[in-house]
Design a protein around this ligand. Structure first.
Ligand SMILES: N[C@@H](CCC(=O)N[C@@H](CS)C(=O)NCC(=O)O)C(=O)O
Length: 210
């Protein structure tokens, strides 16, 4: 059985969702975020990077949420969450990596200056610049899903799962989806899947289900 080291308010959500969507058997150890949990010597012996998520699959320890999701999809759900052709694999990897290096990066920086930093540390110009970058990313998704409703292979894949999970953090950057109606519908539809309903704490996805 796979062991997931996670936390319900962390990037472990995308891995838990991937495990649920793949129908893989797993158990989760919840760690607190900070010195007693993720920063502890015991956890650093498992994941030297000291962050959740990490998994142990038959002795293989992996960290970094996006590669973990891709690994789970390819190993446990090759015909549903993964894709067949090398062409589609290229697109799958593109959107999955982009979700982390562009969409998530800009949303996280905006969130710091809108929500997480104490007021004196917030910089309104950085917040505005990064919110604009998130909007640019949302326009890209709006365009990409226009034809089939999905990012790759005209069906729900691990790329949609990863992008959708990253989108659940928009609330922290105070980004509204009203200007992106296709993305709004896409996110709601994906989060209404039974696998997502099992994977997320309800308060994390509630803002996107209305
Ligand atoms: N790039 C990593 C980032 C992981 C990460 O930042 N994890 C956070 C929770 S979302 C964490 O473990 N924080 C605990 C800490 O900072 O001590 C991934 O995607 O897995």
């Amino acid at each position: 059985m796979i062991k997931l080291y996670g936390n319900p308010y962390s990037r472990a959500n995308r891995v838990r969702w991937a495990l649920e969507a793949a129908g893989a058997k797993y158990e989760e150890e919840t760690l607190s975020l900070g010195p007693e949990g993720t920063g502890s010597q015991r956890f650093r012996a498992i994941n030297p990077n000291g962050l959740v998520p990490a998994i142990n699959d038959e002795g293989l320890i992996l960290f970094e949420s996006v590669p973990i999701c891709l690994y789970i999809a390819k190993k446990y759900a090759p015909t549903s969450l993964y894709v067949e052709s090398i062409r589609d694999e290229g697109l799958l990897l593109q959107w999955s990596v982009w979700a982390m290096t562009e969409l998530e990066k800009h949303n996280e920086t905006a969130s710091l200056h809108v929500t997480w930093f104490s007021a004196p540390k917030r910089d309104a110009s950085i917040a505005a610049r990064e919110q604009a970058e998130v909007s640019r990313c949302l326009s890209m998704i709006e365009e990409a899903i226009q034809e089939s409703g999905f990012l790759v292979a005209k069906r729900f894949t691990i790329a949609d799962l990863i992008v959708s999970e990253v989108l659940t953090a928009l609330v922290h950057a105070k980004i509204e989806l009203n200007d992106f109606p296709r993305v709004k519908r896409y996110l709601k539809m994906n989060l209404l899947q039974p696998s997502a309903q099992k994977a997320f704490a309800s308060d994390v996805i509630q803002p996107y289900l209305t």
